[in-house]
Design a binder for this molecule. Structure first.
Ligand SMILES: *Cc1c(COP(=O)(O)O)cnc(C)c1O
Length: 384
């Protein structure tokens, strides 16, 4: 108990205490907290689909027909024809033979990695990999090496030293990184994977719906789908809904159905969520203007901040403004809040020490007017 009090006290003193901010509602680039509306730069609803009328009605209609729950795990009786339909659509959206749905991105990563890898195997992941990837590797018992962020040379030198000591090797990276907004050098990673006889898995959580001609992600954009063994992604970000998937070969899918514990021991996603995901995939096809405009807005915003000599990272819809010091980040975030913008300070341990930042996550719903006001207010806060 003493230990817990000490932890809370120290976290508060160091500006690292995390607290929940319950929102009254959030829609179309706006969030309402404690009765006040803010322009919302903290959501992953990049395309504004979470309130799309087509998705909402698909979800409501199916709840009337099939009820609120799947009431069992997939392997018992929770697997509906709707789940199979979503898997088929997802497989073709991602250009793979098969797809398997997981209940969330977190559950997908821990379930996939811990099934496919075990003691005696080795995993190489990017240093900035999402916690769910790291947790999956820890759960698997495989040896973990982390290469320098987006540095194919660093990966190659680890492989040179360690590859031959292990039977199976898996390389894992995100494609769009959630805290830096930058993009993995996928072509280089794929050629290294081939040279060193590894498998490669990518996490397209932040890329799905945003990048590629048909919105499938970075693998599509770089024309590398066939060279990537395992393509994981989520329905919870740009797709405006919930849940996740792995697109892969049919054999791997069948193996995971039999061995992946986060898949086996959890109730299937409810029909309302599956229907929303199906509707969302249709909209990604029918409304490509959303992703095009989102990326235009993101590059406008990033360029304007750079021209003010601020340190911004990345090349996607996620735009981190680096301020280094945690307390300063919290201060800037709260000044922006006073001016009507909800943009979170991201602090260690989520990002490395001395790399605290404000993370602006852009949405198709942000107007140019909102962006210009934000740019102006950031300039005036002038705390940098
Ligand atoms: C958000 C995220 C996840 C987890 O997905 P959820 O559906 O929110 O559980 C996994 N990987 C990355 C890279 C993410 O950004």
């Amino acid at each position: 108990m003493e230990q817990i009090n000490q932890f809370l006290k120290e976290a508060e003193e160091n500006g690292l205490l995390r607290i929940l901010h319950p929102a009254d509602y959030r829609r179309n680039g706006v969030i309402c907290i404690e009765g006040r509306e803010y322009a919302d730069f903290s959501s992953n609803d990049y395309l504004g689909l979470s309130h799309h009328a087509y998705i909402k009605s698909a979800s409501c209609n199916i709840i009337e027909k099939l009820g609120a729950s799947s009431s069992a795990s997939r392997l018992l009786s929770g697997s509906l024809t709707l789940h199979s339909e979503l898997e088929d659509r997802t497989a073709s959206f991602k250009g793979k033979e098969a797809a398997l749905i997981f209940n969330s991105g977190y559950q997908a990563n821990i379930g996939i990695i811990s099934s496919l890898c075990s003691r005696g195997d080795v995993v190489f992941t990017d240093k900035l990999s999402h916690a769910s990837i790291i947790d999956g590797v820890l759960l698997s018992g495989a040896k973990l090496f982390r290469f320098l962020h987006n540095d194919a040379g660093s990966l190659e030198s680890l492989l040179k030293t360690h590859r031959q000591k292990f039977k199976n090797a898996l390389i894992i990276t995100e494609t769009v990184f959630s805290m830096d907004g930058d993009i993995a050098p996928l072509k280089d990673l794929v050629s290294i994977k081939e040279e060193y006889n590894c498998q490669i898995m990518i996490d397209e959580a932040h890329a799905t719906g945003v990048f590629g001609d048909s919105g499938s992600g970075i693998a599509e954009k770089e024309n590398l789908t066939d060279s990537i063994d395992l393509i994981m992604g989520t329905f919870s970000k740009a797709l405006g809904s919930f849940g996740a998937y792995l697109a892969c070969s049919k054999n791997i899918k069948d193996y995971l159905i039999n061995t992946s514990r986060s898949f086996i021991y959890s109730t299937a996603l409810p029909p309302s969520v599956i229907a929303a995901n199906l509707a969302s995939l249709e909209l990604i096809k029918k409304e490509p203007f959303r992703r095009r405009e989102l990326l235009q807005k993101a590059s406008y915003f990033r360029n304007e901040l750079s021209s003010l000599r601020l340190t911004v990272k990345g090349s996607s819809q996620i735009i981190p403004l680096i301020v280094k010091d945690s307390r300063k980040a919290v201060k800037i975030s709260s000044l922006l809040k006073e001016k009507g913008f909800w943009a979170p300070a991201i602090r260690p341990p989520t990002v490395p020490a001395n790399e605290a930042r404000i993370r602006f996550s852009l949405s198709y719903c942000h107007t140019k007017d909102v962006l210009d006001r934000l740019i102006n207010d950031i300039y005036e806060i002038n705390e940098f």
